[in-house]
Write a protein that binds this ligand. Structure first.
Ligand code: GLN
Length: 533
């Protein structure tokens, strides 16, 4: 039977609750425990797939094609596991299931209510998604006090009674801000958020204060007193230079010992941090930096590409360098193409995933700059499709070439809607999603980087390279180095005679880990640290 660690957030969002939850998981994993993690999102969308990246950041794609919250990316990277779509529970899924059941007559005679029907569905899902783990970390999205969070808090309140106190822990993460005028640390907002939790019957066992710096003892004492927890149950998650430092930061305050004692999981294996420490020491010793230009249409919110930022970082740190990101807003380049020259000093350039027309001419300029100036280049998904468009226009001379998504009237639809997508009319969860096997062509860069003849990568797209145009592009020097195994689809392309020009239809970023960088990013960064010719 798994034990449950419930993580709630107080005062405001964006205080790094996802990273703290992932870190808690890693601390338990370091003790040899099997850990899984679940994100609960109280919004009514069934999944994150239809939400704007500007509002919620990246859509993280799971191996089984789930379009999930970006926190699942943190969990996968920190725990080094592959999670399923079921690890992201939303209100939309819960209500959808309950209402469908009601229509099927499965509640016949009953009045269907928030308690117990909705809360039962929540508990069932948390339990079934935790199967096989020793500990399941369940992060409740949003902030305590939000109306929409209440059914979830009620469900986890009930779970303590049903599972037993030694099998459940409530951890509350809340901001302790520093007042700009006096420099004082203020605990009152945190106190109020704990009162709010207690009002609905949850007394936190542990408080993690999110602060700019370590908490002095007098502040910890105050928090302990007002939050009604022992002094030893107050920890701080303060600002650090890399998020991968958070597990060790909590560990050094005695967090792991405290939590495992609480859950009666203590006295097992001594925590093992060798792999994690190896990454951190590489990070610490990386002196040189590389400039990586990120070219895309959602750059105003950096979280839109968080897995790509992490994948670049993993690869760079592995090679002993640190990335400095420079963001290229393709919208601005589209309006004023000469601006692309501001990015000519890049050591590497990535053209990012995306949807829809706006800003795409700017992204195509990004491809052109990288190709013509010999800047190491990686195109990801949309970035690959636009690399095909650029090559078709500027190398193969196909004037007006485009993707059907961007110009349905184009004379040369070098990228077009995938045949199996032509009859799709519903919007949510209907793209080509999740794991697909890719065959790597011997003798290519991609084959060398993977060191294997096949690989499995995650997908999220509707459009693909139009095979009618492929012979023409290949004749002009385009190399297809990866093919979808189950159908004839272009997965990776590259160019010869360029330091590194690779683009993939799949998303290599989702499988990157701090301890295991993804091959296509490693190739990019290796080329980036070579002196430019
Ligand atoms: N818009 C493109 C498609 O649907 C690319 C999607 C992406 O970059 N994830 O195929």
């Amino acid at each position: 039977m798994p034990k449950y660690v419930f993580v709630t957030g107080g005062v405001l969002s964006s205080v790094g609750k996802g990273v703290v939850s992932a870190s808690i998981g890693r601390i338990l994993k370091a003790r040899g425990l099997r850990v899984t993690a679940i994100k609960v999102d109280p919004y009514l969308n069934v999944d994150a797939g239809t939400m704007s990246p500007f509002a919620h950041g990246e859509v993280f794609v799971t191996y089984d094609g789930g379009e999930t919250d970006l926190d699942l990316g943190h969990y996968e990277r920190f725990l080094d596991v592959e999670l399923s779509r079921d690890n992201n529970i939303t209100s939309g899924q819960i209500y959808h299931a309950v209402i469908s059941r009601e229509r099927r007559g499965e509640y016949l005679g009953q009045t269907v209510q928030l308690i117990p029907h909705v809360t039962d569905e929540i508990k069932d899902r948390i339990r079934s998604s935790s199967g096989g783990a020793d500990v399941s970390v369940v992060e409740i999205g949003g902030t305590v006090g939000d109306y929409e969070q209440l059914p979830f808090l009620e469900a986890i309140r009930q779970m303590r009674i049903e599972e037993g106190a030694e099998n459940t822990a409530y951890i509350h993460v809340a901001l302790v801000p520093k007042l700009w005028s006096t420099g004082e640390l203020k605990t009152k907002p945190l106190q109020h958020s704990v009162v709010e939790l207690r009002r609905i019957g949850i007394q936190p066992d542990i408080i993690i204060a999110r602060s700019q710096e370590p908490l002095p003892d007098d502040i910890r004492k105050k928090v302990a007193l007002f939050a009604n927890v022992p002094f030893g149950a107050i920890f701080a998650s303060y600002d650090v230079d890399t998020m991968y430092r958070v597990p060790k930061m909590l560990e050094s305050q005695g967090f792991g010992e405290y939590l495992t004692r609480l859950l009666r999981l203590d006295g097992r294996q001594e925590p093992r941090w060798d792999e994690w420490d190896a990454y951190l020491s590489k990070w610490d010793n990386a002196v040189r930096s590389v400039k990586v230009v990120m070219c895309g249409k959602y750059v105003k919110l950096r979280d839109s590409y968080i897995s790509i930022v992490e994948a670049v970082t993993h690869a760079a740190v592995h090679l002993g360098v640190r990335p400095i990101f420079k963001w290229c807003d393709s919208d601005l380049v589209e309006k004023e193409p000469a601006r692309i020259w501001d990015y000519a000093d890049a050591d590497a350039l990535i053209v990012l995933p995306g949807f829809g027309r706006r800003g795409t001419e700017g992204m195509i300029e990004g491809v052109r700059l990288a190709r013509e100036e010999g800047i190491p280049f990686l195109g990801i998904c949309f970035g690959m499709q636009l690399a095909i468009v650029e090559f078709a226009r500027n190398v193969a001379g196909l004037r007006g070439a485009n993707s059907e998504e961007l110009d349905p009237e184009t004379p040369h639809p070098v990228v077009h809607l995938a045949p199996e997508q032509r009859h799709v009319d519903a919007y949510g969860g209907t793209m080509i999603l999740g794991n697909k096997e890719v065959e790597l062509v011997p003798g290519t860069l991609a084959h060398g980087l993977y060191g294997a003849s096949t690989t499995v990568e995650r997908h999220r797209h509707r459009y693909e390279v139009n095979l009618d145009y492929l012979p023409m592009l290949v004749e002009r020097g385009l190399i297809v180095s990866g093919w979808r195994r189950d159908s004839r689809k272009v997965e990776i392309v590259e160019l010869r005679g360029h330091p590194y020009f690779v683009a993939s239809q799949f998303h290599p970023e989702f499988r990157s880990r701090p301890t295991r960088p993804a091959p296509l990013f490693l190739g990019l960064l290796k080329a980036a640290i070579e002196p430019r010719k």
